[in-house]
Design a binder for this molecule. Structure first.
Ligand SMILES: Cc1cc2c(cc1C)N(C[C@H](O)[C@H](O)[C@H](O)COP(=O)(O)OP(=O)(O)OC[C@H]1O[C@@H](n3cnc4c(N)ncnc43)[C@H](O)[C@@H]1O)c1[nH]c(=O)[nH]c(=O)c1N2
Ligand SMILES: CCCCCCC(=O)C(=O)O
Ligand SMILES: [Mn+2]
Length: 470
């Protein structure tokens, strides 16, 4: 992987001295290894080095740092855990990477009200492990142990969204430090209601803003009761069409399914080998999970079992014990790494589109045909209950022609999604690679309105420049 430092912006020694004054020398670094670590996310996109990395310890320090960066017109790139897949944290114009991992307090848990407030260094696994004794949990699960504020910033979702929603539905309030250092509470200071009709929805303005509007320094989140009973199951199909048809029928029947994940034959080959899955074949597969009481999970599974039979699927293989369920979901969450093991030495170009669920069978089939006609391997997985799916295009990182083939495949997939009322990203965001698609998706007036909001909140254009907008 090669690096670029930015020719455009240099953080002056004067600015470094001022940042030192706020943070202390030990919380600011210009070391190559630290900048390198902050130059790329988990994608195969180009790495760009920031000029320095700062580690604030509280909101006041974030605000003081922002005031300095604003005065010196320095780019600021908020950094959560770097698990993003669209190059969101790359310092395309150099500047200051703001790593928020030192702010890792869970500030409050209100058990009776099912909510909590966390700082930006708290990851979803940290929160769920802390919550265990309360009988509550935070269900949004992208697989990676991402920071919850990073998840808010990318509007993350993952396997549980079909039942519990995405970050958009689960963030109640955000504390955001704006580009000039002002501290905003998106729903008003201390507010944590399930509903509000009080003016514009500023909370959702920042959900999915990818660090381009401000630094999220606190998130107030909805919590849920850990279900009394959980039942996981797997079934297999002879075709993509029948697996996805069964999914659509399940949703149309109103089953409150907690997870319904599609893996195609190629992805199953990868997962069977990588995660030692026994008794499964290289076929289109659904991993399912039901949450409820003992009786209700069985009743849900019975109805879905019938739907699967009607669509010529196999009998369910159940995973009732926690250990078996963990094995199954660990295999699903390792799908990304399993896929890359299909071609040692390869890098992965991920895609992410979302369509109305009735369009899903057709678009997945078309995408699979398109990949088959190319020279690349591209397993498909999908959070199909949301109409959301990914392909993983395995490329030789040294071969530019393969990267071009993958980009063209990804672009055609996005165009197909846009043509049927879908979006170019259901959960990974725009980052650097999908800016042209966002403009197409929103149209002229839409993108201009978004740009006006950006200019109002970030008049100097210092917040994560080069992302979201062309
Ligand atoms: C194996 C695997 C599997 C998945 C995924 C990744 C990997 C590696 N992801 C993607 C990823 O986990 C997701 O985008 C997270 O929300 C990123 O959170 P980080 O804290 O890592 O943000 P990261 O540090 O990568 O930053 C991402 C973006 O958010 C901004 N940002 C981060 N923290 C901020 C803050 N406090 N304030 C303002 N801006 C901030 C950054 O500037 C950047 O633009 C995913 N995602 C998903 O939705 N569903 C999925 O199924 C998966 N699956
Ligand atoms: C195996 C597909 C990985 C796609 C990227 C990660 C992701 O979003 C997921 O759902 O897994
Ligand atoms: Mn996903």
């Amino acid at each position: 992987m090669s690096f670029f430092t930015s020719p455009q912006v240099q953080v002056s020694s004067k600015a470094i001295e001022l940042l030192n004054g706020v943070l202390g020398k030990e919380n600011i670094s210009t070391a190559e290894s630290v900048r390198d670590h902050h130059s790329r996310d988990e994608s195969s996109l180009q790495a760009f080095l920031p000029d320095c990395v700062v580690f604030p310890k509280d909101t006041l320090q974030v605000s003081e740092c922002m005031k300095i960066c604003y005065a010196h017109s320095l780019p600021v790139i908020p950094f959560g855990t770097g698990t993003g897949l669209e190059g969101g944290i790359t310092a395309v114009k150099g500047g200051v990477c703001m790593d928020l991992s030192h702010m890792k307090q869970i500030l409050s848990v209100n058990q009776e009200d099912f909510d909590c407030t966390v700082q930006p260094g708290v990851t979803r696994m940290m929160l769920n492990s802390d919550l265990r004794a309360t009988g509550l949990w935070f269900p949004v699960d992208p697989g990676a142990d991402a920071s919850l504020c990073g998840m808010a910033a990318t509007s993350a979702s993952g396997t549980n969204a079909v039942r519990y929603g995405t970050m958009r539905e689960n963030v109640m309030n955000l504390e955001v430090v704006l580009s000039n250092g002002d501290v905003l509470h998106s729903a008003g200071g201390g507010r944590r209601t399930r509903k509000t009709a009080a003016g514009y929805n500023m909370t959702n303005l920042f959900v999915g803003s990818e660090g381009t509007l401000g630094v999220i320094t606190q998130a107030t989140l909805r919590l849920y009761g850990i279900p009394e009973a959980t039942l996981s199951a797997v079934c297999q199909f002879q075709s993509v069409q029948s697996a996805v048809d069964a999914t659509v029928a399940t949703l149309q029947a109103g089953i409150p399914i907690a997870r319904i994940e599609f893996l195609d034959d190629v992805q199953m080959k990868a997962c069977i080998n990588y995660s030692n899955l026994e008794g499964l074949q290289e076929l289109s597969t659904l991993f399912l999970e039901f949450h409820g009481t003992d009786d209700s999970v069985k009743a849900q599974a019975d109805v879905v079992g019938e739907i699967v039979q009607l669509n010529e699927g196999s009998d369910f293989m159940y995973a009732t014990e926690a250990e078996d369920r963990n094995k199954l979901w660990t295999a699903r969450h390792s799908a990304f790494y399993a896929a890359s093991s299909l071609r040692p030495g390869s890098r992965i170009l991920t895609t992410d589109v979302c369509v109305p669920i009735s369009e899903l069978p057709e678009i997945i089939t078309q995408t699979k045909n398109d990949i088959s006609k190319s020279s690349l391997l591209g397993p498909i997985v999908g959070h199909v209950g949301d109409g959301n799916f990914h392909t993983l295009l395995l490329i030789d990182p040294e071969d530019e022609s393969e990267r071009k083939i993958a980009k063209d495949l990804a672009n055609r997939m996005a165009q197909r999604a846009l043509a049927v009322g879908g979006t170019c990203t259901g959960e990974h965001g725009i980052g650097i690679g999908k800016r042209h698609l966002l403009a197409e998706e929103l149209g002229q007036v839409g993108i201009q309105t978004m740009r006006s909001i950006k200019e109002a909140l970030d008049p100097k254009g210092i917040m994560n420049p080069g992302k979201v907008f062309l």
